[in-house]
Ligand binder design. Sequence first.
Ligand code: TTP
Ligand code: MG
Length: 404
Amino acid sequence: MKRRILHIDMDAFFASVEQVLDPSLRGKPLIIGGEKTDLRGVVSTASYEARKFGVHSAMPLATAKRLCPHGIFMRGNHARYREASLKVRSVLESVSPIVEPASIDEAYVDVSGSQRLFGGDDAIAAFIKKRIREETSLPCTIAISPNKLVSKIATDQVKPDGYICIAEGEEAGYLRPLPLAKLPGAGPRTREVLERYGVHTIGDLAALPIGTLEKVFGPSAHGLQRRARGESTSPVETDSTPKSISRETTFEHDLGDWDKLERVLVYLAERTAYTLREHGMETKCVTLKVRYTGFDTKTFAHTLDEPTSVDSEIIGVLHQLLPKARERRDKVRLIGVALTSLSRNQHQLRLFGGQHSEKWEKVLESVDKVRGRHGFETIRTAKSVPRSSMRSPRTHNENDGGAT
Ligand code: TTP
Ligand code: MG
């Protein structure tokens, strides 16, 4: 499934809400932040008509009054803005369950899974704009691209009442001509340094030899250049998006048999990997947790080069970590697995860059389907140990629920 991420930002949000409440304000230079008599304070937003005079957010009211003396100045009504914001959110949630509000008037939506249902990006955007108009009468701008970064930059380019769709593979080309200031993370200090190297556009940064960039910015050079190329894998995070997935088991009697411990670990790895895939996510960091006799607890972690959701790869990492845990002679009271550095599953990246095959993903998909229908226990690999050899499952000792 191709990853399609939508970014939506309402146009001149506070001012637009006021214009809906009082239509006589439409088409007029409207400035929200304070009354004309308020001496202090800053502009929170200005209608596009007021922006023509150079008025913008965060500008002192006094300056705004000087630039736009005939403007209409209002304090604003936050309860109304929140109400409109919630209506927008519920429209977005009717398109996809994966919605991340980024501010009162801005959100990301993972619409990868909504493509077929709605008939593609253009139809999704048209549907949202129409529904928001019906529910709130407010204008908004939408961008859809393979990731949050590119969509966020793009909405700003096509405001107000805009829409843009950037196809997979076009990210770098789209960003190339834009001024460096448009790239999140390229603040004034960074830009000042880069300009000395003749970097003025995002494309210039993307094309700069990485060695040069590393000399100036150290290891963060790579991330900076990846962003300049429009690459980003950060997931759209909902309230239910897990930050980590873990599972652990406490034994009835402390165990010294590492073959058995290993089998329990394989079982725990399969369970966490299953939960991971249920969430449509991948992990980059696998942690082995061991509590020895006497309650001393140690964790051993390994970060992968490529994220994965494949059982065998997670188990492989645990096998690498086990010898370290075994250095201690003590018996084991508890053993656990935690998966962190989670991101949305990137089938695309996998097919081209990853080592593991598409076939594996297919197999796991069908295994998960059977498990979803008939329960997890119906399929288990030969090396994993059955639940009966663990103490009172589920209720107390296993950290159930998976997501923490
Ligand atoms: P923005 O989306 O940054 O601005 P906007 O919606 O007014 O205009 P645009 O069409 O360019 O998106 O911010 C959303 C709301 O947040 C804005 O209407 C008012 C509030 N806000 C402040 O109160 N103070 C600020 O400094 C900014 C930037 C926004
Ligand atoms: Mg806005």
